[in-house]
Write a protein that binds this ligand. Structure first.
Ligand code: ZN
Length: 246
C-alpha cells in the first residue's frame, strides 16, 4: 500500500508575496508535491492541506489517514490553532512521521514535540550553502552526494536551540563561515521526526533534485516508522496467564 502523505503549507507568502509567486507559481506545496511524485511515484499518495482551510485541513480524519505529514510555515505560526497543533503532536506520538521544513523550526507542532525554543540565527544575503552528509548509510542519504551545493540560500546558523538530535544526518556550511545542523532526526513516542532546513520562499531550493531526493527519502523513512506503529492508547490490565494466551 502506498504511503499516505499530507503536504501542509501555511500558504501565505504563496498568496501574498509576488517574489514567492515568481519562484513558486504553484506554491511551495506545489513544488514539494512535484518533487515527491517524481521520486516516489506510486509508492506515495499525496494530499495537500493549508492554513486557511477549516481546521487548517488537518481534521482528526485527515490525520488518522496520514502516515507522513510535511510542514512548511513561516509568518503565520501563531495562527495555527493550539488544538490542531496538539492533534498533530498526538498523532506523531502514536506513530505518524513528521517532516518539518526550513522556517517550520518555529512551528507549534515542532516546538511542542521538542520542548525547546527552536530559535536560530539567520541572514538573507544570497549565501552559498553546502549540505554535508555526516551519517553515510542512513536511509535519508541514499543517492545523495556527500556535499550538496545550493548556490543561493538563506543562512541558518548555530546556535540552534534544539535538544541533541537522536541522529544528525546533515550539517551545512555557509559562505559566511557559519555551520548549522541542517538535517536532524528526533524520535518522540512511536513517531519519527526529521527537520531539514534548506528551502526558503524566495529561493528555488525545492526544485533542486538532491533536495527533492532527501525529502522523498525522509518521507519513506519516517513513513516506515508509521507502518510499524501499534495502538498504545489503551493500557489494559494484564491478568495472570495473559502471556500464555497470546
Ligand atoms: Zn526562510
Amino acid at each position: 500500500m502506498a504511503l499516505r502523505v499530507t503536504v501542509w503549507n501555511e500558504n501565505v507568502h504563496d498568496r501574498e508575496d509576488p517574489r514567492t509567486q515568481a519562484v513558486y507559481p504553484n506554491g511551495l506545496h506545489g513544488a514539494i508535491v512535484e518533487a515527491l511524485q517524481k521520486h516516489l511515484g506510486d509508492r506515495a499518495t499525496i494530499g495537500v492541506a493549508t492554513l486557511e482551510q477549516p481546521e487548517h485541513g488537518l481534521t482528526e480524519e485527515v490525520l488518522a489517514a496520514t502516515d507522513v505529514l510535511t510542514w512548511w510555515g513561516h509568518v503565520a505560526h501563531e495562527q495555527v490553532d493550539d488544538a490542531v497543533a496538539e492533534r498533530v503532536q498526538r498523532r506523531v506520538l502514536s506513530g505518524m512521521g513528521l517532516i518539518v521544513l526550513h522556517s517550520g523550526h518555529l512551528s507549534k507542532p515542532l516546538r511542542r514535540l521538542l520542548g525547546t525554543s527552536c530559535a536560530l540565527r539567520w541572514r538573507e544575503a544570497d549565501d552559498r550553502e553546502v549540505v554535508w552528509t555526516v551519517s553515510p548509510g542512513h536511509p535519508i542519504t541514499a543517492g545523495v552526494p556527500q556535499a550538496v551545493v545550493i548556490p543561493r540560500q538563506e543562512m541558518y546558523g548555530e546556535y540552534f536551540d534544539i535538544p541533541q538530535p537522536d541522529e544528525l544526518v546533515f550539517i551545512s556550511s555557509f559562505s559566511g563561515g557559519e555551520v548549522f545542523r541542517s538535517g536532524c532526526v528526533f524520535k518522540r513516542g512511536q513517531g519519527r521526526i526529521f527537520y531539514f532546513s534548506p528551502g526558503h520562499e524566495t529561493y528555488p531550493v525545492y526544485y533542486d533534485p538532491h533536495v527533492g531526493r532527501i525529502i522523498a527519502n525522509a518521507v519513506e523513512w519516517v513513513g516506515a516508522g508509521a507502518r510499524a506503529a501499534f495502538d498504545t492508547t489503551t493500557c489494559p490490565n494484564s491478568p495472570t496467564g495473559w502471556f500464555e494466551k497470546l
